[in-house]
Design a protein around this ligand. Structure first.
Ligand code: JB2
Length: 214
């Protein structure tokens, strides 16, 4: 888990970034500003009470030893922009500190990878591990001994009962419930509101409340 005293630069200025702007403010982290190509193209200089630094080329003036980055682009069931930007900026030497909202409760010993974002109201119970660049979104509950991979998004209000394995790039939709002991494969998707009662293979998708994958 990386921590930092360097000022933060937020990448992106959409819905996910707005939640993160509130998180870093609540946690008291210093923020230099936001990089966003759309705001830059529109000539907008302030967003969410932050200075707009420009598009991502503004980082040419801000080397990795002077700032750390916050990835303000979310991850939905499709698309991999978040994952691509994380890898690209890491390769250029930038850190993405772990961010935890002050209202989240994490049991002692929970392990968070670099760039993990834990939003308001989250509970993570003992024995859990969360991989790099994953989003544990608002009011998620992750019970004991779960292993969450890299680049996973657990969307708002979902519940993971204990001893679940979620592989890299998987997406758990808003309000889903996953019963204990299941395995969710790489880049699999659990739709919003689904109650999952069996394993899900790699890239498998399940949509609709309380249904099963054939
Ligand atoms: O290369 C880029 C880039 N490409 C798009 N660099 C930077 N720094 N920013 C980039 N963007 C910006 O990402 C767009 O200009 C836009 O401001 C933002 C995407 O905003 P949007 O609201 O479309 O998506 P989001 O990822 O913030 O939020 C979605 O995912 C969240 C998890 C929404 O659906 C939310 O409701 C959801 N909670």
């Amino acid at each position: 888990m990386s921590t930092t005293v360097r000022p933060l630069v937020l990448l992106g200025a959409g819905g996910h970034a707005r939640v993160l702007a509130a998180l870093v403010r609540a946690a008291g982290h210093p923020v230099l500003g936001v990089c966003d190509p759309t705001l830059a193209a529109d000539g907008i200089s302030r967003w969410s009470d932050l200075d707009v630094l420009g598009d991502d080329s503004a980082l040419d003036r801000l080397p990795p030893d002077s700032v750390a980055l916050v990835l303000g682009i979310g991850q939905l069931a499709t698309g991999n922009l978040r994952e691509r930007l994380y890898s690209a900026w890491r390769a250029r030497g930038y850190d993405f500190p772990t961010l935890v909202h002050p209202s989240a409760w994490l049991a002692p010993g929970v392990v968070l990878g670099d760039g993990v974002q834990v939003m308001a109201g989250v509970v993570i119970q003992p024995g859990c591990t969360i991989g790099e660049n994953s989003i544990i979104n608002t009011r998620v509950s992750i019970d004991h001994d779960c292993s969450i991979g890299n680049n996973v998004h657990v969307a708002p209000g979902s519940t993971l009962c204990g001893s679940i394995v979620v592989e890299d790039g998987a997406f758990i939709g808003a309000g889903a419930t996953v019963i204990q002991g299941l395995h969710i494969g790489t880049r699999a998707m659990v739709g919003a509101g689904v109650t999952l009662t069996r394993d899900l293979g790699p890239r498998a998708r399940i949509i609709g409340a309380a249904c099963h994958l054939k």
